[in-house]
Design a protein around this ligand. Sequence first.
Ligand SMILES: [Zn+2]
Length: 1166
Amino acid sequence: MGLRHVLFLWILVNNKSKSSSDKDVILNILSVLTDLLSLGTGRRIHYVISKGGTEALLQALAIAARTEPPDHSILLPLLRLLARVGQRDRKFGLKVQKAEATDIILGLARRNLSHHLYLTHCLWVLRVCASNVTTGTTLGTNGTMELLFKVITPYSKRHVRTVRAAIEALAALLKSKSNSRRAVNKGYLGGLLRLYQDWHHHDVSNNYIYIRRGLLLCLKHITNIQLGRETFLGSLGMEILFTSVQDCLSCKNLDPIITTATQILRKCYPKEPLPVATLRSSYSFPLPGIAKSENPYEGSEGKWLNGDYESDGEEETEKDLDNEDVESKEEDYDLETDVNKLKTRPVLDRPEEELGQYEAMCPELSHNFQEFESEPEEEKTLEDKTESSAPFHFIPNATSVKHANYRWRKQSATEMGPDPKEKDFKVPLQNLTKKEKCRWHPIDEKRDIIKAAQDAGSCEDEDRAKSHAITLRPLPNEAAWYKKMFYSECEYSINPSPGGRLESSDVATNLLEKHQGDIPFHSPRIYIAKAKCVKSIPDYKDLAFPDFWGHQSPPYSKPMLERKYGVQRDKVLDDVRRLIQPDDVIGRTVFDLDEPSHSSPRLPGSLTFFSKFESGNLRKAIQVREFEYDLIMNADVNSNQHHQWFYFEVRDMKLAVPYRFNVINCEKFNSQFNYGMQLVIYSVKEALQGRPRWLRAGYDICYYKNHYCCSAAAGGGMSGKCYYTLTFSIKFPHNDDVCYLAYHYPYTYSAMMAHLDILEQNRNPKKVYWRQQTLCQTLGGNPCPLLTITAMPESKKRDDLEQFYNRPYVFLMARVHPGESNASWVMKGTLEFLVSSDPIADLLRKCFIFKIVPMLNPDGVINGNHRCSLSGDDLNRQWLTPNSQVHPTIYHAKGLLYYLRSIGRAPLVFCDYHGHSQKKNVFLYGCSIKETLWQAGCMVDTAVITEDVGYRTLPKILDKVAPAFVMNSCSFLVEKSRESTARVVVWREIGVLRSYTMESTYCGCSHGLYKGLQLGTQELEEMGSKLCLGLLILHLKSLPCSKKLMAQAALLLDLEEEITDRAQRSCSNSSLETDDEPPCVEEIDYNTDSSSDGERDFSELDQEIQECLSWAEGETEDEGLTTGQSCSSKALRGLYISSQPTPNSTALPLRSTALGVYSGFESSPA
Ligand SMILES: [Zn+2]
């Protein structure tokens, strides 16, 4: 008999026979129904629901309950069916209320208080009813909780099933806030705590995990309300749960208990304001006198800073601020759904005559190349120099350095080299000196420095004192090591200090004598010269060593960090311990940007912190325990938010001791730190031993919501905002070292300026046309450089000059978001490739004129911002209407693009380099009308809208040629929330079909050659050079080329082969998923209120019901101790031997076979 027939029969019998005369028929139907439903999965039950099965069952229940005395042979299977069907029926609550069944079930339960089998059945149905909040509330007002509290007993081996059913029903009831309030007022919270304690203490063999966890679930729901949390704290709930969890930690079976208890502890941990006087940045910047509509100090991000601090604890809404990469679900989907809006090109945002000024930024178009005639002497020497510095022209290519063992070789715990015990530390230095000689001419050096100083003449003029002040941060002062470093090696130093005492500036001088040009495209001397001219709000006087000395990528990549099971839980419990055992907490501020008196002299037994240097942004460091520190990042200038980037110095550490750091004012709701990403560390001692590098480091890393929030006082009205903790542990490689820790590989403004100088000097001027101009001055008074790079014309012949002038433009930009230093490394790779002597670069230069703004937000980078400029604005949300005074770099970059368009030279490709903190791989965002409309679910006749799909070509090429790039991560949607980004505005207003944002992960790759590896600077630079290759292929594929060019390209590229080769490689890497992240081993619970407590797991209740059938078999009116015991042990077997079917029994006519695999909460993740 099919399900459909049974159901039909059932409804027939139900409707026709209101008497009990057809009892046998009913029993038989119930039996068949039970069998059918227990055989199948949810699908059959859903079928029953869709055919009115729930209503039929409820109706039958009403009839059966009315008969006197109630016939339990019908009632029990009915209740079981109701429980199973009801939990899958979304409208069960409504149906129950319609049938007025709550009173019936409650009445049945009351009548059967002493009959545990019957009672248990009623409790199951009550639990399912209560999962609907309205029904639950009704049940609460009808005295259900009181009834349940009569059933829930302290520890006892009797009637454990009934107790369990009662607890679970109570937990379901307490999801209703009014029930929770009633429960607290009746004193049930304390009762629940005592019950939990009692079961915890007595259940030494862990036989009743589900009961203990059930009690915790009750507490978890009750503490969703403010009153509940207060009462919980007042009843010493924190202490009780914390202590009990400590007992459970050693036993993995108890994970469900630990997890739930930890959730409650986190939720009830009293909220605290961040330990800062104000959330506003320590740095403020007076904006030029422009009438902004809002308080200029709030920036554009100030809009949401309203409301009261924790005004209503009851409804605790959590504003997870996430104004970066995650889509904001805005109601207004206009742009995304309106073809006309997508298509229209808005009008010029400024008077047309203004565009004239940008002619000067295209000197290449008016250059007459007179110099071809009278080639000056200088040209030759430059040429020579280029020859001699041939090693500089390496093409960053990460793959070339990686051979079979490119993966990280397992190293010792320190992750770095051994302590500098002397042996080979001279070698690298000597090497450096030798190498250096062939690379750098001291005369050039001097000239460079003079030139650099002249370039930045303004700063010299305005504030002479400032520019003198830059010094290198003092180096490690371990005596023996120090002496060796400077006295033995520096005997012939040009400028030995009188009296033998080395000032820190002398240290710098001496170091420079020993170390010049060791790192390609880096020169400490030029760096210092550039850094002197930087204008910062705090007026930096110190240089961070890594920026000065340079970074050389290690010859290996590091895999993503494997997440240790339970790491987040352990950290959270460690945090809770601060509350439980306050005496352990030191709570000493050891660094405070706002009160420098805290910062200086070294406190015994603590680390010393510092961050007042370019891109540094530590605001405060608090020593929590001997080896644990809470860190607070500074907000972006003129803002009170955007904490993500960090960069600071730490010294006075002990060797190999695990230090724990907690960055406690993070804002994003999730982070790649939960998915294998590590921060980076730079050790000065390592650098001086010849390993100058940022390395991925840190372990026990996780990211979770903490108990800090914004107080009204500190937040200036930004209330209720929650914070997240990034926690990590580090073992430093050396004693008394000076180390730098950062969110990602730093790349300062000075580094960029120095880099540009070196590139210019090292190009071949006969081949590379290079112009560095200033796009504009920033708000902070720093020049924002604009580069023009292309090939010199072949000759002065008309044809060649024509070819030169007519090359299409490519417009590249980076670092509008200062925290996205990865973008700068990609840009570095692009620039180095573009000026290199690589024949492909040579060809590429002949194809395009490159306009490049390598750093669109210098002020943000300099002052350690993460997101904004000095105005507190996100500059990549200003492209629609940039203000010439407040957003000069955007205003003029857009102006230049307008100009190019106005002379009919809009770029072929526009690309803005960014970093992405939530995703892996490198990918592009582009713009497509069709894809946007499809995504928005618009019914549009796509035959009517024609769209050039050329925007897909470049990403497709990159997918094949760039190992870090993944086509499947790309998106071509024009979202309303991105309306004012460079990409969308350049697409809509300048009309650039290939307008992209390039996003590079901070973490690593999930596909391709680098799968499983974190990206280093080498891979990022490689990406930059591969983009260049991609552009060349794009040109060859999509633009008409001269035969000559084609022939050259054919020689160089062997295009087809390269592409198919890559294609095969990327194909072999399995299928690409669209999901961002696979689930973690440990379920990541960012919020304290997790809904994932397994309560909705249907199979759990099913299993209980199933098991009960064999129990019911032996049930007698007065349930004996032995029966209860055997039941519970059977139940336990069921829990752990999950796939064992329950033994069949023939005694009961209504039995069925258990087939489902148990997957309740007890089966903890492996
Ligand atoms: Zn960005």
